[in-house]
Design a protein around this ligand. Structure first.
Ligand SMILES: NC(=O)c1ccc[n+]([C@@H]2O[C@H](COP(=O)([O-])OP(=O)(O)OC[C@H]3O[C@@H](n4cnc5c(N)ncnc54)[C@H](OP(=O)(O)O)[C@@H]3O)[C@@H](O)[C@H]2O)c1
Length: 300
């Protein structure tokens, strides 16, 4: 159950007056779904946006540049991190994601696929770019460089790391909840680790996109029914992007690095149980799995 955090507040600026001229933005997962909507909106307001994903759908949209990558592979995540101009970025948004499949899927580097795409690739990119973020921005920049990590923070998931790669037993939902927990921990840890930048979690709630395809079966009847229901009951992807974009630029949250925000942009409490000791152990297990993946030969 997500709970509101009344200590963190911000004032919404009229969306139409928001100008992102001269902002340099990277959206990891900006080729589809929520990330794509955010990318297009930011670009239409003048930002230069680099999107990372598998399939580029906005070649005709001004101000959007594409880096193609399969982020199920940690070597690809490391390559993307090296390509991103971290030193000049004002804003980084992570929206890459899939849902764990009913049967375990492993990447060519031997990692469970949902863990790889939805969490570990983000870990690898973030750890590589965060120390350099914004180092060459103009001294006139009014805010620290910002990172928003989208997932499902505040929902009480703290994750387990005894069978981190789901090799002994596999349950799609448990694996996906480990990615949810991992992304929340990335925010909490980065907020302490990198004081020259700010880090925030985004919980979009349910939005009709392709995120559940891997679990429900792309174009299956079940998928169409569930996505139609979600579409009826929740804001569409562009409405969510419109609503959340003022938060991305709000000066009010500058002093609240580590905060998380729900679908409406209201601050929510982090999941209870994410103690320092737990976060350290979970992130060490993440690091070890990435190291194992990148040290092995690719198997298929
Ligand atoms: N939609 C919801 O109901 C919901 C609910 C809770 C949380 N979220 C979170 O919101 C975020 C965005 O989800 P979404 O709903 O917008 O999902 P989406 O429509 O499926 O978009 C996912 C993005 O990830 C990229 N991606 C997937 N596999 C990739 C791979 N192997 N390599 C590189 N990029 C890859 C996709 O790029 P390509 O299309 O180019 O492959 C796309 O840009 C995720 O963190 C998700 O967990 C969503």
């Amino acid at each position: 159950m997500v709970k509101l955090d009344k200590r963190v507040t911000w004032h919404r600026t009229d969306d139409a007056s928001l100008n992102f001229q001269r902002w340099r933005v990277a959206v990891i997962g900006g080729t589809g779904g929520i990330g794509r909507s955010l990318s297009r909106l930011l670009a239409s307001r003048g930002a230069h946006v680099i999107v990372v994903g598998q399939t580029f759908r906005d070649a005709d949209t001004p101000n959007i540049e594409f880096i193609q990558a399969d982020l199920s592979l940690m070597r690809e995540a490391q390559r993307v991190a090296a390509l991103l101009p971290a030193e000049t970025l004002d804003l980084v948004i992570f929206t890459t994601g899939i849902f764990a499949a009913p049967e375990r899927q492993a990447t060519a580097e031997g990692i469970e696929r949902d863990m790889a795409v939805s969490y570990l690739s983000r870990y690898a990119i973030l750890r590589s770019i965060a120390p350099k973020l914004g180092a060459q921005r103009s001294a006139a920049a009014r805010m620290k460089p910002r990172v928003f990590i989208m997932g499902y923070p505040g929902s009480g998931q703290i994750g387990t790391f005894d069978d981190f790669n789901a090799e002994k037993s596999y349950k799609a939902m448990s694996v996906h909840m480990n990615t949810v927990a991992g992304n929340e921990m990335l925010v909490l840890d980065a907020a302490k680790r990198y004081p020259h930048a700010t880090f925030f979690g985004l919980n979009p709630g349910l939005i009709k996109t392709n995120i559940r395809d891997n679990f429900l079966g792309k174009h299956s009847l079940k998928s169409r029914l569930i996505e139609t229901l979600i579409g009826w009951m929740t804001p569409n992807v562009d409405a969510y992007a419109q609503h959340i974009v003022p938060l991305l630029a709000s000066p009010d949250i500058e002093i609240h690095s580590g905060a998380m925000f729900n679908q409406k942009g209201r601050s929510i409490l982090p999941s209870s149980g994410l103690t320092n000791a737990h976060v350290v152990q979970f992130l060490s297990a993440s690091e070890a799995l990435i190291a194992r993946a990148t040290s092995q030969g690719v198997t298929s």
